[in-house]
Design a protein around this ligand. Structure first.
Ligand SMILES: *[C@@H]1O[C@H](CO)[C@@H](O)[C@H](O)[C@H]1NC(C)=O
Length: 241
C-alpha cells in the first residue's frame, strides 16, 4: 500500500519521457530493457559503505552508500544509504537494499531509487552513468529542494554500463524485461559475435577479390591497347612505304 503510493509519487515527480518505474528484487544485478547493470563488484562485503561520508554539493551533510549489500555506520544499521550530520554526529537512514526501484533514462542511462516508508518518506535517486575509465566515483548533490526528503546522487563507473541484453533475438516488447532474467548470457553473445565477425571477414575477402579482378581486367586491357596501336602504326608505316 505504502509502496504503491511511493511509486506513484515517484512516477509523478519524474519526467514523462523516462521509462516506467518498477521495483527490483535485487539491488546487485539490475535487469533492464537496455541491458544488465551489475553493481556487485562495486559493493563492499564487510558491512562498510563503499562510498563513505561523501560531501554534498548543496548541503552541509555527509552521505554514505554501499551498492548491493547493507552496511552499518553510527546509528544506521543494515542500510543502503545513510546521511550523517558532522556537527551533531547524528545519522539518518535513507534507504535499505530491499526497497529499491529502477527507471530507464532517455539517454542510454538509468536511475535506481531507494525508498523509505516511515513517518517521513525519503527517496534517494542515484543516476547511473556509464564511464569505462572509472572504477567508481560518487557525486552527491544532496537534498533538493531542502526539506523535501529527496536526495540525488550520481555514480560514474564502469559498472554502471549496460552489459548486452540476453535476449538478442527477441523484439523489444515490454515482456522482454522478464524474459531477459535468464542467467549465463555469455555463450549466446559469443556465438552472435563470431557469426558477425565471420560474415564481416567473408565480405572483406569478397571485396578484395572483386577489386583484384577489376584491376586485373583493366591492366590486361591497357596492356593490349598499345599492342594494337603498334600494330596499327606498323601497318601505317608499312602502307606508307
Ligand atoms: C520496505 O518496504 C516494506 C514493504 O513495503 C516496508 O514494510 C518497510 O518499512 C520498508 N522499509 C523502509 C526502510 O522503509
Amino acid at each position: 500500500m505504502f509502496r504503491i503510493y511511493g511509486l506513484l509519487l515517484t512516477v509523478g515527480c519524474t519526467l514523462a519521457t523516462d521509462g516506467p518505474v518498477r521495483w527490483l528484487d535485487n539491488s546487485c544485478v539490475i535487469e533492464t530493457s537496455q541491458g544488465t547493470i551489475n553493481l556487485t563488484p562495486l559493493g563492499n562485503t564487510d558491512n562498510t559503505p563503499r562510498f563513505k561520508d561523501v560531501s554534498s554539493t548543496s548541503d552541509q551533510y555527509r552521505y554514505s552508500w554501499n551498492p548491493c549489500l547493507p552496511f552499518n555506520e553510527g546509528t544506521c544499521s543494515n542500510v543502503a544509504v545513510c546521511q550523517s550530520v558532522p556537527d551533531t554526529q547524528s545519522f539518518y537512514m535513507l534507504g535499505v537494499q530491499d526497497n529499491i526501484s529502477y527507471q530507464d533514462g532517455t539517454d542510454q542511462s538509468g536511475t535506481i531509487m531507494y525508498h523509505t516508508f516511515g513517518d517521513i518518506e525519503r527517496i534517494t535517486t542515484i543516476r547511473l552513468t556509464c564511464d569505462p575509465t572509472q572504477e567508481g566515483n560518487l557525486i552527491v548533490t544532496g537534498e533538493q529542494p531542502a526539506q523535501s526528503g529527496k536526495y540525488f546522487f550520481e555514480l560514474r563507473s564502469r559498472y554502471a554500463c549496460f552489459q548486452e541484453p540476453t535476449t538478442t533475438f527477441l523484439p523489444p516488447t515490454p515482456g522482454a524485461v522478464t524474459a531477459s532474467m535468464s542467467p549465463s548470457p555469455n555463450p549466446d553473445i559469443y556465438n552472435v559475435k563470431s557469426i558477425v565477425l565471420l560474415l564481416f571477414t567473408i565480405q572483406i575477402s569478397l571485396i578484395i577479390l572483386i577489386v583484384m579482378l577489376i584491376i586485373g581486367l583493366t591492366t590486361r586491357r591497357q596492356s593490349t591497347v598499345p599492342e594494337k596501336d603498334t600494330e596499327k602504326s606498323h601497318f601505317a608505316y608499312n602502307s606508307i612505304n
